[in-house]
Unconditional design. Structure first.
Length: 337
């Protein structure tokens, strides 16, 4: 083939690629337009101002289709199916308490990058930290002083064993950052424990020093109690993941892995009484992958996969009753007390 012929072939190929790129862009834009349109019968969402210091409200990530999808939103407690007020930053995961919020944001590109943003009660950015991996769990202590986040270093799911996470704890008063819980001393079964495969995720704060989390090592998961000031964690029980401590600090709700369940969601919700160490299975029997919130001292609030990605449900923490739908098209609930 002559040089001129090769050039003609190259030009034709480049034109074809350009046509395909334009066609795909138009197609993607048309799909985005569809996704951005509110769906008939879906939740009503209106843009407005949000604050993190208004008690008696439920804050969450709005998943209803429309221009405010993925924005933070809130409703009064007890009026969860009413009109939503949405505003503030777009967060992939979020949690708030005591007038402080922790928001994990995605910087979209050829390679997605994530940042952890600490915000004040008016959702104004205070500090920003590179996440270093895909976002997973976030929590803020009841006072608003301490914040924690977990990111995937490898893998993107807790269902299997081929994943690694990094969990960080930040003091938002002194801006002291503990970059990884793996630097903490581990006391397992009363003895100091070391292993190269130790992995942590899912912090929940009882106060500004005491916290609970999941630790994994040698194929097992453990509920651990930790102290920020002593940089130490102690194992409490096994087969407990993504804990959430009750408002009074006496119970921990968590995911209990069902032995022999090889599905992508092999967990059921349980509650541990920290005084008696008795575990109680809740009435929610559907498989879930979530870190629950406590709606009040007796009720768990959690997300269930659904049409809009997820809906929020509630169930009594004592094993009684049955699950009930709280709201559609919502994730990452935080109860402002």
């Amino acid at each position: 083939m002559s040089t001129a012929a090769r050039i003609r072939v190259l030009i034709v190929a480049l034109v074809a690629l350009a046509v395909l790129a334009v066609a795909y862009t138009v197609y993607a834009a048309s799909r985005t337009d569809v996704r951005d349109e509110p769906r008939p019968g879906g939740p009503v969402v209106r843009e407005g101002g949000l604050t993190l210091d208004a008690p008696g409200r439920l804050l969450f990530r709005n998943m209803a289709w429309g221009p405010l999808r993925d924005r933070l939103a809130s409703v009064p407690l007890g009026a969860s199916r009413g009109v939503r007020t949405a505003g503030g930053p777009t967060c992939y995961t979020f949690h708030a308490a005591g007038g402080t919020g922790v928001c994990v944001q995605a910087d979209r590109g050829l390679v997605n990058r994530f940042s952890v943003v600490i915000v004040d009660s008016r959702l104004r950015e205070l500090r920003r930290y590179p996440a270093g991996g895909g976002p997973s769990r976030t929590r803020v202590s009841p006072s608003g002083r301490m914040a924690a986040w977990t990111v995937f270093v490898s893998g993107d799911s807790y269902a299997g064993t081929n994943f690694s996470t990094r969990t960080s704890i930040l003091d938002s008063r002194t801006w002291t950052l503990h970059e990884s819980l793996e630097d903490y001393t581990v006391i397992k079964d009363g003895r100091r424990y070391r292993s190269v495969d130790v992995n942590f995720w899912g912090v929940t704060f009882a106060d500004d020093d005491l916290f609970y989390a999941t630790m994994a090592t040698r194929g097992k998961t453990y509920l651990v109690r930790g102290s920020v000031s002593s940089r130490t964690v102690w194992t409490l029980t096994d087969n407990a993941e993504c804990p959430s401590v009750s408002p009074d600090g006496t119970r921990v709700a968590f995911k209990h892995r069902v032995q022999g369940d090889a599905s992508s969601l092999p967990w059921r919700l349980h509650v541990l009484d920290l005084r008696t160490m008795k575990e109680t299975a809740t009435a929610e029997t559907r498989p879930l992958d979530t870190q629950v919130a406590w709606l009040d001292g007796d009720t768990l609030l959690y997300e269930v996969p659904a049409e809009y990605e997820a809906d929020l449900w509630e169930v009594p923490a004592d094993g009684s009753g049955s699950p009930a739908l709280v709201m559609r098209a919502a994730t990452n609930p935080a109860v402002l007390r």
